[in-house]
Design a protein around this ligand. Structure first.
Ligand code: B12
Length: 208
């Protein structure tokens, strides 16, 4: 964990963020560790927003700085051969946060999954259609807003009502999501980062 990077991200100090990411890359620090520091910095941005020290403009700025920094992280890897099957994911409807989802997409692809990324603000019907079409072993739902937990719950219930729940594990993730949320929405697993998503999905994968 780079304290300097966490603080620079939290302070939206773009120059320091970019130079520190370069330094860490030169030192051979793994990409996912760098992302974790950026993610922790974003957590502080969120807290400052809650405490009204930051406003919407700072949230927007944080997304820009994060995206700039990720451009430097070529090391997340290119999509490789898909040997573990399909993973469908999207951000639940009414929620447009996509930075974390996009990281999960990239990391899953570079670890041998074919990822069907449904995008953001995804309605339940689109998740169901994708499950029927691609028959994934695991579906991921990203949710960054507590006001959208009920949407996730509704979506998972609808998957069950369609008779699809026994064939698919539902994995949820996103900043404010925790174990209690997982129980509330009836997800199988809560993933706090991209690596745990890969580890979990590999358990259910069909190796080709
Ligand atoms: C950047 C940001 C924004 C940006 C998003 C830009 C974008 N393209 O995504 C913008 C400015 C658009 C935005 C808007 C809003 N935001 Co906002 N935002 C954030 C912030 C600061 C960072 C989120 C982020 O990108 N983190 C970095 C990534 C890497 O982390 P992550 O998303 O957690 O992802 C990792 C893991 O969680 C996991 N993961 C994530 N998704 C998934 C999915 C699956 C399937 C799996 C397995 C794993 C997984 O893996 C990822 C990689 O490790 C958070 C604060 C926070 N603590 O999260 C607030 C936060 C989420 N936002 C918040 C709010 C309130 C809003 C707004 C309502 C503000 C407003 N008044 O308009 C709007 C809502 C818009 C909407 N309808 O969606 C609140 C939500 C509070 C709550 N209780 O619900 C937060 C928590 C800030 C706060 N503390 O108040 N936001």
């Amino acid at each position: 964990m780079s304290k300097k990077l966490v603080e620079a991200m939290a302070n939206l100090d773009e120059d320091v963020v970019l130079s520190e990411v370069k330094v860490l890359l030169d030192q051979g620090v793994p990409t996912l560790d760098i992302i974790q520091s950026l993610q922790d910095g974003m957590g502080i941005v969120g807290k400052r927003f809650e405490e009204k020290e930051y406003f919407l403009s700072e949230l927007i700025m944080s997304a820009e700085v994060f995206n700039e920094a990720s451009q430097l992280l070529g090391g997340m890897g290119e999509a490789g051969e898909s040997k573990y099957g399909v993973f469908v994911l999207g951000t639940i409807y009414d929620d447009i946060h996509d930075i974390g989802k996009n990281i999960v997409t990239t990391v899953m692809r570079s670890n041998g999954f074919e990822v069907i990324d449904l995008g953001v603000d995804v309605p339940t019907a689109k998740f169901i259609e994708a499950i029927k079409q691609y028959k994934p072993k695991v579906v991921g739902i990203s949710c960054l807003l507590t006001t959208c937990f009920d949407n996730v719950k509704e979506c998972i219930q609808a998957i069950e009502n369609e008779g699809l729940r026994n064939n698919v594990k539902v994995l949820i993730g996103g900043g404010p999501v925790d174990e209690a949320t997982g129980k509330y929405v009836k997800a199988d697993v809560v993933a706090k980062n991209a690596q745990s998503t890969v580890d979990y999905c590999k358990k259910f994968a069909e190796v080709k």
